[in-house]
Design a protein around this ligand. Structure first.
Ligand code: PRX
Length: 650
């Protein structure tokens, strides 16, 4: 049955940047007929160049593509300096702390704060262009200053989400060979202090490339200070000069790394470069959220993920918008917190993950009614498929059936949205990412033939031409870059970018994302590699074998289900203790975000005679589905029934 269609709000559409599907089609046609002309036009219109580019793109060494060659710019200057003439007293960042404390940072203040930070990094710590700086910070304005300070001096930042453990942080520091770590003592969550600095201390034990650690004192809790290595931001910042010349960067100089999970145990350092990334961050802010000069925009992501990079910091600031940053959790002190903030700040665009929507719906179905949400114009979702009931509640109760929902599909690697509705143009369907954005040649292809799939057939979500904000590399591993993204699908004999997701067209050509085709799972919108979790669990001395799969979860979207074969049966005498011990290993190796929802101690794993674990069978068992595939070729077919019985009796 086809999904209902919701037309854009007419009043909204009148003033939208893209007002109807004709305008959308015109843009898409322009891009497909004159790809370089299209992108060259926007790069000239949207960016302030120190020196103009001489060539729009060079794909002669595909997939190593270059955009806007010869151009010189600075991303921090794009986000700050160029707004000072017209917006110096406009709020750049509105910060709300967990405990309700507030700060409004104007563009001029942002300029001073970022420059002080940049001078500190440059002069006190000797950070130079190209050096890697790891940021392990809570959601406080200093995290945004840190990112922009790196951009200003040409250092490459690599943000590690605050929920990652010391081991995970260490791995990322080592892989990037970072020189400096920027962190905080900790921050507040649900009115209580939590700590980050001790995690950094553990991560830096033994040999390390890190020479200096800068600590923002946020919660004032006691921490250890290592003499000669650790410095207090609060003490040093005031004396720094408020002017810092921005480094002249080439279009293709790296801007940041962000580690993300793939199908092997080791996370990939996804590299984004300067001009192409900031261009698309700004263009998608303008097109997809349609933020206007006097609007207040709030994205609830954490800066530790790509959504926080592109849609809390870089995109909004590049377009000169006001971006809200929130330290707390959406359900504290109650599930009305976000709606209270929408009312208070008169938020116009609200962007969050389906997991948050499900939690807010479940814990506070009637909360939106208690607040004045009439300022809202656009609602966004990101990171995972949204289920129709959550979509309906979001549309009707939060958006009063008048706001467009933009279901934005994208990834760490794409830098910005690639498939999404346009709020003034696209008739939307619930839980549907709709169409590729103008300029993005996204298509669902049949991996066997490279042809576009027919409506109703699932295929691979691909992008057939490189675009400006495309991943430029996997840090230190060119081969992995090529293999991970350009090895699976060919169109007209040429490799194309494959996202790793399956997708389907409906009869009207609308795209719905069906989920990952690889061993990556999506837990609460956080991308986790099953191989990464397996590698962590294997560090437990009593684990012989392990297979991790995803299982549908009411709130989180997907939960983590681990099948573990122990070396000896001794531990099973106390299953609760064994589960605790396994989870402790995960906590140590990755962090709480990767804790298992279910653990089954299996007698063996279903394997082919060549030793390959049949994950499809394990996924079916986890879901409680009947096994339909032929299991007679397994090394030990009887193990399937045994595991099924164990799972059923749980
Ligand atoms: O599986 C897709 C899912 O999230 C993956 C990307 O995860 P990450 O790189 O962490 O970035 C998350 C924020 C962009 C994708 O491969 N995903 C992302 N957006 C959607 C989605 N699945 C369905 N619908 C979406 N709107």
């Amino acid at each position: 049955m086809s999904k209902p269609v919701y037309k854009p709000n007419k009043e909204f559409a009148k003033n939208a940047r893209i007002k109807n599907m004709c305008e959308y089609n015109d843009l898409q046609e322009w891009a497909s007929e004159d790809y370089e002309g299209f992108w060259g036009h926007y790069a000239n219109e949207k960016l302030d160049w120190i020196e103009p580019f001489t060539n729009v793109m060079d794909e002669s060494n595909f997939p190593f593509v270059k955009w806007f060659e010869g151009g010189k710019l600075n991303v921090a200057a794009q986000c700050i300096d160029r707004h000072l003439d017209t917006r110096k007293n406009k709020a750049a960042i509105i910060f709300e702390g967990d405990r309700g404390d507030k700060q409004i940072i104007t563009y001029l203040e942002l300029y001073y704060n970022v420059n002080r930070f940049a001078n500190l990094l440059k002069k006190k710590f000797g950070v130079k262009k190209g050096d890697r700086v790891v940021i392990y910070m809570p959601m406080i304005p200093e995290a945004a200053y840190a990112m922009l300070a790196c951009a200003r001096i040409g250092a490459i930042h690599s943000i590690v989400f605050g929920g990652f453990s010391a081991e995970a942080l260490r791995d990322r520091i080592e892989d990037a060979e970072a020189k400096v770590v920027l962190t905080a003592d900790g921050a507040y969550r649900k009115d209580k202090p939590y700590m980050l600095k001790p995690v950094v201390d553990t991560a830096l034990e033994g040999d390390t490339t890190v020479e200096k650690v800068l600590v923002v004192e946020r919660n004032g809790e006691d921490i250890e200070w290592v003499a000669g290595r650790d410095y207090s931001y609060n003490e040093l910042i005031e004396t720094q000069d408020v002017h810092c010349e921005s480094e002249v960067m080439d279009s293709e100089d790296p801007l940041f790394l962000l580690y993300t999970s793939g199908s092997t145990g080791k996370p990939k350092g996804v590299q984004h470069n300067s001009a192409g990334y900031i261009l698309w961050a700004q263009m998608t802010m303008e097109w997809v959220f349609d933020v206007k000069e006097n609007d207040t925009y709030w994205c609830t992501a954490d800066i530790g993920w790509i959504t926080g990079h592109t849609y809390i910091v870089y995109g909004p600031l590049a377009m000169g918008a006001t971006t809200v940053m929130f330290e707390g959790v959406p359900t504290y002190p109650d599930a009305g917190r976000p709606w209270k903030m929408v009312e208070e700040y008169k938020i116009n665009q609200f962007y969050t993950a389906p997991t948050a929507i499900r939690v807010l719906h479940k814990m506070g179905e009637d909360e939106p009614k208690k607040y004045d949400l009439s300022s809202l114009k656009v609602l966004g979702t990101v990171g995972e498929p949204i289920d129709p009931p959550a979509w309906k509640w979001y549309y009707e109760e939060v958006g009063a059936s008048k706001c467009a929902i933009v279901d934005t599909y994208w990834q760490t690697e794409t830098g910005g949205h690639i498939v999404s509705p346009l709020p003034g143009a696209t008739p939307i369907k619930p839980a549907c990412a709709t169409f590729p954005l103008p300029g993005i040649m996204a298509e669902i292809l049949d991996p066997a033939t490279g042809e576009r799939v027919e409506a109703g057939e699932t295929g691979y979500m691909c992008v057939t031409r490189p675009w400006p904000s495309m991943i430029r590399g996997v840090w230190g591993d060119a081969e992995r870059f090529v293999k991970s993204y350009f090895g699976d699908v060919k169109k007209d004999g040429k490799p194309v970018y494959f996202t790793g997701d399956g997708a389907v067209y409906d009869e009207d050509g609308y795209i719905t994302i069906t989920g990952r085709t690889d061993d990556v799972i999506n837990v609460s919108g956080h991308r986790m590699g099953t191989a990464e979790i397996e590698a962590a669990i294997k560090k437990h001395p009593n684990v012989a074998e392990v297979a991790v799969v995803g299982k549908p979860h009411d709130i989180k979207g997907e939960g983590i289900f681990a099948y573990i074969v122990l070396k000896s049966d001794d531990g099973i005498a106390d299953e609760v203790e064994e589960v605790k011990a396994i989870n402790n290993v995960i906590k140590k190796e990755i962090g709480n975000i990767a804790l298992c929802d279910d653990i089954v101690f299996a007698p063996g794993l279903p394997k082919t005679r060549s030793g390959k674990i049949m994950r499809r069978i394990l996924r079916s068992i986890a879901k409680g589905e009947a096994i339909t595939q032929d299991i007679s070729t397994l090394e030990d077919p009887s193990v399937v029934e045994k595991i099924e019985n164990m799972v059923k009796s749980k």
